[in-house]
Structures are given as C-alpha cells and as structure tokens.
Design a protein. Structure first.
Length: 295
C-alpha cells in the first residue's frame, strides 16, 4: 500500500509491481502526478492500472490499524465511501519537508517557515554569512541536480560573481517504465498565462529504437510560441526520457526556434529521433518515415 501518488509514490509503485507485489496507490488529488502535464498523468495512470496496480484518486486516508501483524489502511474514495485495504507494508509518500531543528547552535537562528530556511536569490539566509541550498531551503525543488547547481551558484555569489546555472530550467524526472520528464512550461501554464502556443507531439510507437528495445509506449510533446516558434517547454513519456530532456532545456535556454532546432540531424535509429519528429509536428511538416527494413 502506498499513500501518495506524486513522483516518489508512482516510482515505488512501479518498483514493487516489477517485483511481482500486489500494489495499491492512494492519492488525495484528482489525479496521480498532480504537478505534471495532465496528459502525461492520465496516460501513466492508465499504464499503472494495466500493470495491475490499484489506483484510488480523490481519496483521503482516515486511519491505519495494526491487525495481527498486518496493516489495514482505511480511506474514503472519490465517492465518499469508506474503504479499507489490508497490506503487509505501507509506504507514506505524501511529501517531504526540511529538517533543520538542530542544524544550528542554540544561539544562532536563521529566518525560516515550516517548509524550510528562507534565502534570497543568492542563497543567503537572514544571517548574511550563512548560505543555504537544496532540500533545506523553503519552496525548493527537492532534487539532487537542483541542489548541485544551487551550490555552484551560491559559491559564485559568495565571490561576487554571476551565477552559472539557470535554475528556472531544472528538469523534473520520474524513473518509471517508461520514464517521464518535463522542462519549461506545459499547456495548462500557457493557458493560465494566456501565452499563445503551438503543440507538437510524436507517438514513440513509430520510433525505430523503441521498437528495437520492445517498449513503444509513450510520446514526446513540444510547446512552442505560436508567433515566434520559440521552444518554451517539453513533456516526455518514453524510454530514455530523463536522458533526452536536457536537449529541450538547452533549446529553451538559448531561445531556439523550431526552425533552428530542426537544422540538427538526429541519427537513426535513436530515441532522440523522436525529438526531431515532435519538432516537425509542431510545424505541421510531414513526419519522416524510417528507412525500410532490409530483406
């Protein structure tokens, strides 16, 4: 039983399912992976269900009981009905918060809120000589690559130098099968901010490398500005998504347009061909057909 259908909950549901465990997943929001693109969330939910994972969304846990060596998790489902599931183990993956109670000596106190330490854009705390990065910082993305980049920027700030990393382009990665990755804006953000965008999408079922490895599930979606063609975001659900997402981060950082991005030749057969296909889809161009198989 896993309580929490965010990144960690979905990853561990996939892991235990692969170990042939019976898994149930309970999430309070109306969908799994609520911080991800809605289409990615929907398709991953369908895939998890197809693999035999029981998914309960809009569900709130009311009680957990120890029943003679087993655990019973009681919750209300999306219809308000009381349900219970017995399990051998229960994983609570409802989010993390910073632990900094004993981080400083008693006479030192940095300004903080329940989520963590408060810092300025240079990662200075309320005590100017103390800097903070990573999971201990309030409102931060709790990711290793984010903390690492913040550390570099913080040291540069200490030495009165410009930051090296653009922290607004930190990619989100989910290590399921297939993998998920996202960077930049998605459709919901564009709609909320009234940004005119074009959506290009390529189904990886037509990708030769996906066929070779036997996992043709998923897609690559590109968000671009409708007028300028500038790449603004991407969502990937496919093999090696976490390896490829940095290519989109680079495009966004460099303000690359669809036309400029398509000047690159993507080798065949590779997963990255899907990037080129998604970019072409954004322009409404014909999708390239993979070379015919040799007889």
């Amino acid at each position: 039983m896993i309580v929490g259908g965010g990144i960690i909950g979905v990853e561990f549901a996939s892991i235990f399912n692969a170990f042939d465990c019976e898994v149930s997943l309970v999430e309070a929001s109306d969908r799994l992976l609520p911080n991800f693109d809605k289409e990615v969330s929907k398709k991953m939910t369908l895939l998890l269900k197809k693999k035999g994972i029981a998914v309960h969304t809009k569900a709130s846990v009311t009680e957990i009981q120890d029943q003679k060596g087993k655990l019973a998790c009681f919750f209300k489902n999306n219809n308000g009905q009381e349900m219970s599931i017995a399990c051998d183990n229960l994983l609570v993956a409802t989010g993390r918060k910073a632990s900094f109670t004993h981080l400083f000596a008693e006479h030192i106190s940095c300004e903080a809120n329940p989520q963590g330490l408060k810092v300025n854009p240079s990662f200075q705390t309320s005590i100017p000589s103390i800097y903070a990065i990573g999971d201990v910082v309030s409102g931060n993305m709790q990711l290793a690559h984010v903390a690492s980049a913040q550390g570099v920027n913080a040291v540069l700030a200490m030495n009165k130098k410009e930051p090296e990393y653009d922290l607004s382009l930190a990619s989100s990665c989910v290590y399921t099968s297939p993998e998920l990755a996202s960077v930049g804006i998605d459709e919901a953000f564009a709609k909320a901010e009234e940004i005119p965008v074009k959506i290009g999408k390529y189904n990886m079922a037509g990708n030769a490398k996906s066929m070779i490895v036997g996992n043709e599930l998923g897609f690559i979606k590109v968000i671009s500005h409708e007028q300028t063609g500038e790449v603004l975001g991407a969502q990937l659900m496919c093999e090696r998504a976490t390896d490829m997402v940095a290519q989109f981060a680079e495009m966004i950082h460099q303000k690359v347009t669809l036309q400029e991005a398509l000047q690159v030749i993507y080798p065949h057969p590779t997963f990255s061909e899907g990037i080129g296909e998604a970019l072409e889809s954004s322009l409404g161009q014909a999708i390239h057909v993979a070379p015919a198989r040799r007889k």
